[in-house]
Design a protein around this ligand. Structure first.
Ligand SMILES: [Ca+2]
Ligand SMILES: [Ca+2]
Length: 218
């Protein structure tokens, strides 16, 4: 996370920044926000032009005091298409916007009040990582630390358990995979649904599994 605190003058709760980032400084996404120098002009607004941003990066503006008028807003406008993301004020929370697509943007904030601003930009989450190694990428994996296969002490073949390949099978029932369950094993589903000791002993029932799949798929 990169964090910039904008302060103009001791005790003056105002910050205003404007002007494009020098082309030579556009070496990495998000980092472009660091290349601005502050202006002394007091204003309850912030304008950042020509930011090179990547899809999924998340910009957050926090401001104090929090009790600014509800008209505070944040807009992120694509400089080429004019398509914009607009976030209306919801004090006391920060305003956040996620970059919808990689490109160049203008960012504008206005608060209708003198505020102290903090701007942060988080990199897009790494979508290629599968931390628990179950074949389901972190971005869509609902259950961390999945252990395969499921082991049930008195397994009933009519109930479901996941094998080492991430397939959930039960006799005379359709086969599902961890892709269907959002990266959750039968044991994790039992615990998440608080199904109790019977399931932990004999395996996951078909009705509970299909209820889970329906819930994560919606
Ligand atoms: Ca995973
Ligand atoms: Ca998982």
């Amino acid at each position: 996370m990169r964090r910039l605190l904008f302060l103009v003058g001791a005790g003056l709760l105002v910050a205003t920044f404007s002007g494009p980032v020098a082309a030579a400084e556009r070496t990495e996404h998000c980092a472009g926000l660091e290349s601005f120098s502050s202006s002394a002009a007091p204003s309850p607004s912030l304008s950042l032009d020509d930011l090179d941003l990547a899809a999924g990066e998340r910009i957050r503006i926090e401001f104090t005091p929090w009790d600014v008028p509800a008209s505070a807003w944040l807009a992120l406008t694509h400089t080429g298409t004019g398509v914009f993301e607009f976030v209306a004020g919801s004090a006391p929370g920060p305003l956040e916007v996620t970059v919808p697509a990689t490109g160049r943007y203008d960012l504008d904030f206005h608060a209708d009040a003198l505020v102290l601003l903090t701007v942060t930009c988080d990199a897009a989450p790494d979508t290629d990582t599968d931390t628990d190694g179950d074949g389901i990428l972190d971005a869509v994996d609902l259950c961390a630390d999945t252990v395969l296969p499921d082991v049930f002490p008195k397994y009933d073949a009519k109930r479901y358990k996941a094998d080492t390949a991430g397939e959930l099978t039960a006799r005379k029932s359709p086969t599902y995979t961890l892709a269907d369950t959002g990266g959750c094993s039968a044991t994790q589903i039992i615990n998440a649904m608080n199904l109790g000791s019977g399931h932990l002993k004999y395996g996951l029932s078909r009705s509970a599994l299909e209820q889970w799949i329906a819930s994560v798929g919606s």
